[in-house]
Design a protein around this ligand. Structure first.
Ligand code: ZN
Length: 194
């Protein structure tokens, strides 16, 4: 235990996981900065350490399982679940809806923790909560390595993160980078990234 927010940030910088440019986020927002968490989580020992830290923050929420939205939440969710000693499921988007597949099941009343790599608007986490609640499970808490949204995460459960980053993001119509007329926003991970 004991990674400070500054240590987490330093690890991301060291791994080249904080990118500058003009990005289209999965939330639909545009931003001058993108966190490429995969560049941190590709180091298994670092992923395990971050998972232990998050599990320590969540502590005694009494969760029976961890659930993550694929793809971004898979590795960190797995590591948090390993540390908590519970199973890890993931949801996938099918025709626009977040659902459990793969034969995953939950028990009615089972308490779950939602884990993502980065939480921006909280939309994916809320979708996971809705999908699992529909199956009778009970949301206990949510966690992400990084919270990059402005203000408190608008979630119906306690939320934990290892690092808070105030990174601007805008709806496309209000994006100053678009107005400036430079290169269009790119999806992170595309070949436009060097
Ligand atoms: Zn833009």
């Amino acid at each position: 235990m004991g990674m400070t927010a500054e240590m987490v940030r330093a690890k991301f910088v060291e791994c080249g996981a904080i990118l500058e440019g003009h990005f289209l986020l999965s939330s639909g927002l545009h931003s001058p900065t993108y966190l490429q968490c995969a560049r941190v989580l590709c180091h298994p020992e670092v992923a395990a350490e971050l998972g232990r830290e998050l599990a320590g923050l969540v502590g005694q929420e009494g969760v029976g399982l961890v659930v993550s939205p694929a793809l971004g939440g898979l590795i960190i969710g797995h590591e948090v679940a390993r540390s908590l000693g519970v199973r890890h499921l993931f949801t996938e988007r099918v025709e626009g809806r977040m659902v459990l597949r793969r034969g995953f099941t939950v028990e009615p009343g089972e308490r779950f923790l939602v884990v993502e790599d980065v939480l921006t608007t909280g939309g994916s986490t809320r979708e996971v909560i809705t999908a699992l609640e529909a199956l009778g499970a009970v949301p206990a808490a949510a966690a992400a390595i990084i919270h990059r949204g402005a203000g408190d995460a608008p979630l119906p459960v306690p939320f934990h993160s290892l690092l808070r980053l105030e990174i601007p993001s805008w709806v496309p119509d209000a994006c100053p980078l678009c107005r400036r007329g430079g290169p269009p926003a790119v999806k992170p991970g595309s070949r436009n990234l060097s």
